[in-house]
Ligand binder design. Structure first.
Ligand SMILES: O=P(O)(O)O[C@H]1O[C@H](CO)[C@@H](O)[C@H]1O
Ligand SMILES: O=c1cc[nH]c(=O)[nH]1
Length: 254
């Protein structure tokens, strides 16, 4: 059976999975799979590490996207070529509203398209909007696990530094386009920054694929820039447990 270009996967390996969990970090893949039945490593190429696991007897593929839109678009495209139609991203994030605490979880309803890759799928007028069923599954899973997620708009940037208006860089400056941008997003009620949802949501919404996104807050940009290691792990664990429960709901519906 022929493999797709990058992921090192073929249809047979996915055993008919149509739901995927897509974290950014390859290291997160095994931890997610181990919350499922019969976790099995599939492939590891570049930033794309993949496992198969089972929820209530149904296969779910877990595949990392790496950081940013371009590699995310490849993971989504190639998984879709293999029959996946539902994508749940689980990530880490920096909150920008002062009422969002480190350790909280955020479910993205739509993203500000501060990326480039999403424009290769649809013009900027097209919204980076999450699928309603995926979002509902993530919110219900979070509630059932005792979390009260923030639900709202995410700023999704190609760059971690200038696009998220960080000045702790070599140059100590960001381009005019992003100067004052964090304050502007705050005033518009944007909850957080991350780097993949704009591509993921636009790519899926414009191609009859379904996507949702949950992220654990590891820093609050109104308070600190560098996350604390222990808090980071605990926050990631919350987001991971939520996405697995949401995937269980999505496979039950598929
Ligand atoms: O934790 P992940 O899923 O990688 O997500 C966030 O962390 C990375 C930046 O540190 C970006 O990928 C961002 O979106
Ligand atoms: O501030 C943050 C934290 C995690 N990921 C991001 O993209 N930004």
């Amino acid at each position: 059976m022929s493999s797709v270009f990058h992921l090192g996967l073929d249809k047979e390996m996915l055993q008919g999975a149509n739901v995927a969990i897509v974290p950014g970090d390859p290291e997160r893949v095994k931890r997610i799979a181990e919350l499922m039945d019969n976790p099995t490593p599939l492939a590891s190429t570049r930033e794309f590490t993949s496992y198969l696991g089972f929820l209530d007897g149904k296969p779910v593929v877990i595949c990392s996207t790496g950081i940013g839109g371009p590699s995310t678009s490849i993971a989504v495209e190639e998984l879709a070529q293999l029959g996946v139609n539902t994508f749940l991203r689980v990530g880490t994030t920096g909150a920008i509203q002062d009422y969002v605490n480190v350790g909280d979880v955020i479910v993205t309803s739509g993203s500000v398209r501060l990326d480039g890759a999403s424009q290769h799928f649809a013009p900027l007028e097209f919204p980076a909007v999450a699928d309603f069923a995926c979002t509902t599954a993530l919110v219900n899973a979070a509630n059932d696990l005792g979390h009260q997620p923030h639900v709202g708009v995410t700023a999704s940037s190609d760059t971690f530094y200038p696009g998220q208006e960080r000045y702790d860089t070599v140059s100590g400056r960001v381009t005019r386009r992003f100067q004052g941008s964090m304050k502007e997003w705050q005033e518009m009620g944007v909850l957080n920054y991350e780097m993949e949802s704009a591509t993921l949501l636009t790519q899926c919404a414009s191609q009859k694929l379904y996507a949702g996104c949950v992220a654990g807050v590891i820093v609050n940009r109104t308070q600190q820039e560098i996350p604390d290691e222990a808090t980071m792990k605990a926050t990631e664990t919350s987001a991971v447990s939520i996405v697995v429960e949401a995937a269980r709901r999505m496979v039950a519906e598929s």
